[in-house]
Design a binder for this molecule. Sequence first.
Ligand code: SF4
Length: 337
Amino acid sequence: MNNYDLELNRILQKIRENNYNSVLVQFPEGMLDKPLSKVKEFLSKENIEVFVVGDPSYGVCDLAVDLAKKLRCDLLIHFGHSDFGFSHQISLAKTESVDIILVPAYYNPPQEPDLNLILNEIKKYGWKTIGLAATVQHMRTLEKLEQDLNENTFKSIRYDSGQVIGCNVTTLQKGSKECDGFVSLHAGFFHTHGILLNTKNPLIQYNPYTTEITIYSEEDRKKAIQQRFTVLSSAKKAIKWGILGSPKLGQLNQNFISRAHLIFTENNIDALTVIAENINPHMVANFSEIDAWVVTACPRIAIDDKINYTKPIITFKEFLYLFDYLNWEDLLEHGFF
Ligand code: SF4
């Protein structure tokens, strides 16, 4: 955890240049130990008041601007994410009273990653054109891999920046026709699951923390799709529906809420719209009369936590499919969220 570039000098420059007196610091859950201590220790030399957001932050969609305003902080420092996918919402949230710094926290591997491991896999599968992606922490390693591939006469494609987040893998979707396969640098199954549900090409996942390589094929994708099909089949039987929304900066999709409401009205279905800062199985279980839910906030709520919800919970795109505004092929072609 000591290997993240926390860009402390950039932060210091900002604070000193503007004579800031108080800051609010926001970290993703996994960085609340050593990186936070390092930042706290560094800022304590500056004689400024430091507040830390205690609620979990899963993305920049959850930027704590309102809290910073309430606390009258001069600066909000958000670690672990870039503005990817949410630049519009962030620019709207910016005010003169609270300045914002986003620090992606790029990962510096303790030793040079052996990217030959990935090259060997690519050769094994005979891929010629490779779509590249990474979560923001690993963008520097991705640049290195891109260089290595091009030096080895492969064609690598990185649409836009090549960054993926839990709800946005468009960089890979754009390459689906052109690429033989994808390579993504990220840890865990969360982003893999998003890629499997939204793209069709085979995937090599390289975990930059462990250097482990995992291959995902068409069979894995079918398994992920089958799970969604099962949830959708049970949602189809629902009589009473709920629409879930969140007021979080990048998750308040009022258009989705209004459209879902309209579709329910057209189908003579009385739906309840529930808005909650943190949508979770415990909160949702309180609405025991609702048979199924459509989530208009973070789509991953419907995908990753489904096992903990007692009622079917689906994404907005899946909802459009269920009410005949999209067909099954649309989901297979363009993804489930
Ligand atoms: S909406 Fe969900 S998946 Fe997208 S960035 Fe926010 S927390 Fe991550």
